[in-house]
Design a binder for this molecule. Structure first.
Ligand code: SAM
Length: 470
């Protein structure tokens, strides 16, 4: 990792890549030190920690590049936006943040952050939900008690978004029933049926609710699972039976109001962003259309993104309780996402994404790709280190052939990726070793801009001094 923050100029930087022993090429380093690592864990806008999301990067990392490579009013795009870190941080800094993800859960989180609801809007909505609950609580509690009774398997409940008076049409999974106190479950079933995810305020409330669904402290609605991910359904059922787990009563409305107060404790970004749902391979057209419809500039000046890790995360499976709450099918999510590729199809996939992106990039656009080295494949060490040197291979097989110009690579040592280690168990070791950050120019002028602005000093006060007057 370099700590030399002087940027190489375009003239100084040797573009031809060296190779060591015929392996992956050795990429030139760009003078960007990972100062984001020195910032507090929750650095950045208060909306960021809305809900935990595996393999998300810190807001401070996004800021390190937004500060160097964009100005207010610029469009900043993330084609794999996950929980919306880049687009939210962009909007919070007066840029137009555009996020895209193929996972509907990620899309919901991104949309909730770039088109957030105000405190007045959510207070009114939660008050209305409380009123509706007061009028119908006995029915919902009776339903939840039936579902959580020892012979309650197969209880039918109303679908998500079907309305507070919705008819019971879908079976409540046993692993959902076991996670909550009957009263908490009754409240959840009612709120889940009431919220309409295409409404901005309801979406924000639903996203906040996913963030408090499970976790170990008293602020979460079920202590059965950690906050970071859902344990396997079978494990949950067996663990609950073995330990005679009995969920404590937690009030959904109180928990929700506290969560909303934490999220809305600082002013909302004054710039609205755009959240798109779809495949990164065709994001350019969809982003351009959405930007034009809003009368906004239709070229992105900066992309900050981390593509899916190679066979590490199953976003549906590890979020099954949250996807149940939202009415999404976790298996269908995993069937569509591009997380399961082996290396060569993964590189071909990224080449398609980068080729498509070109048409929406400004001439001097900078593209920042955060790529994790992966030592394990679904928990087992990868033979022949197929996941190592991935960034180098991405440059060689996906970025260079699609016409990008390499400014350099910044290294971000990942000391111990605890979330991933927990997922696979201690014996699986670390899922990623060193994140490499490829900094590319869309053209030669983008590469020169990437190099000359690498030395820009970054203001790490939050909110940055220049933004405080907004
Ligand atoms: C490493 S995560 C991004 C995390 C993000 N940087 C954040 O901070 O939350 C990669 C994302 O790629 C998404 N993804 C996987 N395949 C995709 C595809 N074909 N098109 C768009 N998104 C996809 C996953 O749903 C996941 O959210």
């Amino acid at each position: 990792m370099t700590t030399d923050r002087r940027a190489a100029t375009a003239a100084q930087l040797p573009l031809p890549l060296e190779r060591e022993g015929g392996a992956a090429p050795v990429l030139p380093e760009i003078g960007i030190a990972p100062e984001w690592k020195d910032q507090p864990r929750l650095w950045g806008h208060a909306l960021h920690p809305m809900c935990s999301y595996l393999a998300s990067f810190p807001a401070a990392l996004a800021h390190g590049f937004i500060g160097r490579y964009s100005r207010r009013g610029d469009v900043i795009l993330d084609p794999f936006s996950g929980r919306g870190t880049t687009p939210l941080q962009a909007c919070a800094e007066g840029r137009i943040g555009v996020g895209n993800d193929l996972n509907p859960f990620a899309h919901l989180l991104t949309a909730a952050k770039v088109e957030p609801a105000s405190r007045a809007e959510t207070s009114t909505r939660v008050a209305a939900l409380r009123l509706g609950w007061a009028a119908s609580a006995p029915d919902w509690i009776a339903l939840a008690e039936a579902a959580t009774a020892p012979d309650g398997g197969g209880t039918l409940v109303p679908a998500a978004g079907s309305g507070a008076g919705g008819r019971p049409t879908e079976t409540l999974p046993a692993e959902v029933a076991v996670a909550f106190h009957p009263r908490t479950l009754g409240e959840l079933l009612y709120v889940r049926a009431s919220l309409r995810l295409n409404d901005r305020t309801d979406r924000f409330v639903a996203a906040a609710l996913t963030g408090i669904l499970h976790g170990k402290s008293a602020s979460y609605l079920s202590p059965l699972m950690p906050n970071t991910f859902s344990m396997a359904p079978r494990y949950v059922r067996e663990f609950a039976a073995r330990t005679e787990f009995s969920a404590p009563e937690r009030d959904v409305f109180v928990g929700l109001e506290r969560k909303l107060a934490r999220l809305q404790r600082e002013p909302l970004p004054t710039t609205a962003g755009i959240a798109l749902l779809g495949d990164a391979r065709d994001v350019a057209d969809r982003a351009r259309t959405a930007l034009r419809e809003r009368g906004l500039p239709d070229r992105a000046r900066l992309v900050v993104t981390s593509p899916p890790y190679l066979r590490v995360v199953k976003y549906g499976y590890y979020n099954w309780l949250r996807t149940w709450l939202l009415g999404y099918d976790s298996r269908a999510i995993d069937a569509t996402l591009d997380d399961a590729h082996h290396r060569e199809p993964y590189l071909a996939f990224l080449a398609d994404v980068l080729a498509d992106l070109r048409s929406i990039l400004a001439d001097d656009a900078v593209v920042v790709l955060v790529i994790g080295d992966v030592e394990t494949d679904r928990g087992r060490p990868i033979r022949g280190a197929g996941g190592l040197g991935l960034a180098e291979r991405v440059w060689e097989a996906a970025a260079e052939p699609t016409g990008y110009r390499l400014a350099g690579v910044a290294r971000d040592e990942v000391a111990a990726n605890r979330k991933m280690t927990k997922l696979w168990g201690a014996e699986a070791g670390r899922a990623t070793k060193t994140d490499r950050i490829l900094v590319l120019g869309a053209t030669e002028s983008g590469r020169r801009r990437a190099l000359s602005a690498a030395a820009t000093p970054i203001d790490w006060d939050w909110p940055p001094r220049g933004l405080r007057a907004i």
